[in-house]
Write a protein that binds this ligand. Sequence first.
Ligand code: ADP
Ligand code: ZN
Length: 766
Amino acid sequence: MTSGQSGSLFPEIEAEQRRLAEDPAKNDHPEAGGHWLVEVALKVPLPQTFHYKVPLPLRQTVTIGQRCQVPFGRRNLTGFIVGLPTETDIPEPKLRVLSDIIDKDAVFNEEMLELCQWLSHYYASPLAEVLEVALPKSVIREWKRRKMLRPDSILTRTDTLTEGRVGSGATKILDILEKRPEGVALENLMEAAGVARGTVRRCISRGWVVAKNPDDEDETVLSELETKPVLTDEQSVAVTALKKDLDDKLFSASLLFGITGSGKTEVYLRVIEHGLALGRGAIVLVPEIALTPQTTRRFRARFGGHVAVLHSKLSDYERWKAWQRVKKGEANVVIGPRSALFAPVQNLGLIVVDEEHESTYKQERSPRYHARDAAVLRAKRLNAVVVLGSATPSLESFQNALAGRYRLLRLMKRAGAGRLPKVQIVDMGAEWREVRGMPLISRQLARLVRESLERGERAILFLNRRGFTTYLHCPQCQYVHKCSHCDIALTYHKKKDIVLCHFCAERFKVPTKSCPECHGPPLKHKGAGTERIEEVCQKVFPMAKIERIDSDTVRSGEGVEVKLGRFRRGEVDLLIGTQMIARGLDIPEVTAVGIINADTSLGHPDFRATERTFQLIAQVAGRAGRGQLEGRTIVQTFNPAEPSILAASKHDYDTFAMREIPARKMLGYPPFGRLLHLLVRDENQQKAESEADRLVDYLKARLPEDCRILGPAISPRAYLANKFRFQALIKAPTPSAIQSIMMDAMDFKSNTNVEVILDRDPAYLM
Ligand code: ADP
Ligand code: ZN
């Protein structure tokens, strides 16, 4: 940021400012015309906004939506102008003067401001923090133009001969690239050569190496215009209804509940197309992991240059450019994760939230907003249409549909040739009794995969855990080897030969000698992650060409898309992966899918544990049988009678929901009650505990009727990143009851020196 220190962006104003500095008396007339006061939101841990006096030369220029520089204490801070009040309670001597404005034009408009104000109030987060989420960082930071190097930029060697001094880092880079003519991703190159980004940049500036970003084609308008399929009857009903809503220019909210492969995306495309014809733009939210080139290609093929994709790997410059294109109206279909909801689309007519049940729509740091709920709100305020799509809707959305608040649009059949796969449950307890040696892959699953591969088809094995073994344990004293900063068992990674904390990423040496607790025998490796499944598969399916996709292989190898490309083309026939492959994959040749362990989230102390289990099985199973060929899925579990697993294996959402909904109702959990999760954390255990007690007492004394407070209790994650954690949960019948409790909690928060985190409508209770 250059303004502030080095003067105003506008020379005329600067000159005027200098003249006035010589005659400060002139600065003080409220009647001098223009705006003499501004209301500023600042990123400080206080809930309120602040008034500043505007110096005369800026009075005609200030407007809502600009960023500004203001004195605060002894610092100079950047803030957002959120109001132009005409009077203030602050007495003149205390009223401080705005130092400068940063933007000539507003970076947000009133609609955005009101949305952010609402979210700030609802989630009790400072307004400036919400505005920061709404504006891309690159706009906030005023990006400096640099060569767009991203972690996934592909670097290749040029023909330019090296001359002059070539450092040892550069030599390593050139050696590696010499051997890899297809290029290497920046992050891998840096790791392999052991060099910093600057060394790579120097090689580029000397012309020895060139960088290309995987989606550089974004700029060109793809016109591989695919032929539009004839809509199925079910799709037609949905499209007709949604088009009419757009015509009527009224708010409507619909739940598009369509099984995997039923053609929900085609519905979005048709409705967006209709909106564009009416001059109305669209936002399509997708979970970050589903934001693959396969998804975006379909939108680009239909809408070409109208599309702007906002994914997390964009460089600041690319993000800034995309945001500008949207703001100017050059792009009016925005696709992106959670924060794309705030895109400044002109004349926004439609918001789609695809895979609306995904918990990644909830931000797990302040502001802890839920993008799905915020999408409904934004659509309502704009008289726009919102469509929530899912094969496994959240119970919140399903209940909203049952209660008539959302229109329910169902797609019960697969759109193209595909049929839902047959799902078989394998009881791993029985398998372990029958087969000695506790196999990770049951005989049934091995047979299914083998048969598919023999027919030249493809298979996917899914396990929601990375690493080799998932914990180390002493068979004598039951000691579990944990991270020294967190109360979390360490995972063994065989290739790197380390144990790793999956929470704080700290690495430790693998203990090989006796148990550190009882000094008995060495620790035993337990549990299985994807790395171990890969090793097992190499033995069980010796002819298979295997690929593993999880955050380990993606970080230290090629990107997901390169790996998926090989699978799609059939160069790989067995894919092993974590949730990175659970969603959205649409590959017709996949006929066998195995879920190695369906129980991973069942044991969590969370009322959504069964819902997550159901969603996971239904979504993963949905990867099979998407083409002409029949697909089959095997679910391995130690809980073969668990109702959520049984229902998922029959693709029977309704049975699952009808069982789950009354239970939630009885216990006052969402969608029937509202929750507020409170977390108190501190490095000092006693302080954290006693302040948690004090917080709960404070709230109990003020608790509205019909509300309940559970706890305080030690968090299921008692110790993370060197901090002790205590929690409480509040159940209230209405949003307004939660709001009043939140206000009390905020009062308490301003009078304690421990961290208190308020999470309204929490996604997780840990
Ligand atoms: P979903 O998003 O519901 O999982 P998709 O939109 O990905 O489903 O559609 C699944 C497959 O069916 C895709 O390959 C898509 O091209 C195809 N498809 C969608 N609609 C039709 C249709 N009306 N006729 C034929 N094929 C279709
Ligand atoms: Zn840790």
